[in-house]
Ligand binder design. Structure first.
Ligand code: SAM
Length: 417
């Protein structure tokens, strides 16, 4: 495709994505369904869009000094292809403007153009992280890698690693999760035999650690309260060696439907997906006090996944966070009713904000003296996670992209008296 046609695609798609009325991945997928682009062109367009979303403050600032359609200037700044190729699309005026942009030194920029965050997010993160604010920002503005979870019901990690290597797919064992393999590149996995037979699933190491914290055992009754498309359900089911009963609840039947083909590959027969109306659904009441382990992977801002979903920082606002925290409180309180005496409750998010994490856990502990906080680090050590103390702050699991090369995650664990 001619570079100008590709730049036009990026410009057109940016116009749609920057309205922020739908998640960027949804808008990008819809565009790709409508437009006939080859795999390499798709990759360039998608990387350009995500690059612009990551550095929107900086690029908007630089773009205000050029001429022509603003989204085209943003697309030029974020264009994810070699410069020589890009020059084939540019007018002389655009080339001049781009070379002036290249000369801008980071040290001369305002903070706002360096951190590329909305202002409402800056203060909470700075007060939480101090000097670590800038390493965090840098990590959030870089693309994420890809991890696999080996389905230990089917295969051993070392065997799968060898098999993938034979197929030309390089991986290393994840440093913390005993189930994980980190991919060196981003290969197509759909036709890989290990994927087709359910021996591997794509799952960030952080998500694997949340499932490990639940430590679901053979023959138990377990609930994954916000199961979604079942990323953690599958890990819990394998940990239970497909025995006992594992309920996968979610208010979205659509998300639960996406669990079906994954379940079929996984070889699990102990999973019961149930679409619930809300967190106080009658079907939940019937299970009150009967469940050994409950995971609440709560709906959250997703701000721990900005490496993958950079649009989230522009789509959220303080009011949305407030609404989410009310929902998280209500879901956790309802889910807690399921736990039987001596049972375990785990609350988790993929957010990096205190309000959605420690604040929710502390309020729950204060309101529920029959639930005792259990320290996450010794629990993880006990199940074979190395250096677990590096993953925790206080009693909670706290994962950060700049420290652990995972998405940002939080988890609190309680035992019911
Ligand atoms: C963070 S996602 C879960 C991701 C999933 N556990 C995984 O590992 O792939 C949160 C889920 O909570 C669901 N949800 C929202 N409100 C809910 C409620 N009141 N009760 C149960 N689930 C709810 C959403 O539909 C969404 O699928």
């Amino acid at each position: 495709m001619h570079p100008n046609a590709l730049l036009d695609c990026c410009t057109e798609l940016l116009k749609q994505v920057l309205k922020f009325d739908h998640p960027a991945d949804m808008v990008v997928s819809r565009y790709f369904r409508e437009m006939r682009l080859g795999p390499r062109e798709r990759a360039t367009v998608a990387e350009t869009i995500y690059g612009v979303l990551r550095k929107k403050n900086l690029y908007t600032y630089l773009a205000q000094h050029g001429s022509g359609v603003p989204e085209r200037r943003l697309a030029i700044l974020g264009f994810a292809a070699p410069r020589d190729f890009l020059y084939g699309a540019l007018t002389e005026q655009e080339e001049d403007w781009l070379s002036r942009c290249d000369q801008v030194k980071p040290a001369d920029l305002m903070e706002l153009h360096r951190h590329n965050l909305p202002q409402w997010l800056v203060e909470p993160l700075k007060s939480q992280l101090g000097e670590d604010f800038w390493p965090l920002v840098e990590s959030l503005n870089a693309p994420a890698g890809l991890d696999l979870r080996v389905n230990t019901l089917k295969d051993k990690r070392a065997e799968v690693q060898k098999e993938l290597a034979k197929a030309g797919i390089k991986t290393v064992a994840t440093p913390y999760s005993p189930w994980g393999l980190r991919l060196a590149d981003k290969p197509q996995l759909a036709n890989v035999d290990a994927f087709k037979r359910g021996a591997i699933e794509v799952q960030d190491e952080g998500s694997q650690l949340l499932a490990l914290l639940v430590d679901a055992k053979r023959g138990e009754m377990v609930v994954d309260f916000c199961a979604g498309a079942g990323g953690k359900t599958l890990a819990l089911g394998a940990s239970m060696r497909t025995t006992g009963r594992l309920y996968a609840f979610d208010t979205s039947a659509h998300r639960l439907a996406a669990l079906k083909p994954r379940l079929a590959r996984s070889g699990l027969s102990n999973v019961h997906p149930v679409a619930i109306a809300h967190e106080r659904d009658d079907r939940i009441k019937r299970l009150a006090g009967k469940i050994d382990r409950v995971l609440v992977d709560a709906p959250c801002s997703g701000l721990g996944t900005l490496r993958r979903n950079p649009d989230l920082k522009w789509r959220h606002n303080p009011k949305a966070i407030e609404e989410l925290t009310a929902k998280q409180t209500a879901i956790l309180q309802s889910a807690a009713r399921l736990v039987k005496p001596g049972g375990r409750l785990v609350y988790a998010t993929c957010s990096i904000l205190r309000e959605e994490n420690e604040a929710i856990a502390e309020a729950f502990s204060a309101a529920n003296p029959d639930f005792q906080v259990v320290e996450a680090a010794p629990l993880l050590t006990h199940i074979g996670v190395e250096h677990a103390d590096k993953l925790c702050r206080g009693p909670y699991l706290r994962l950060w992209p700049y420290l652990h090369q995972t998405d940002g995650f939080f988890a609190a664990v309680w035992q019911k008296a």
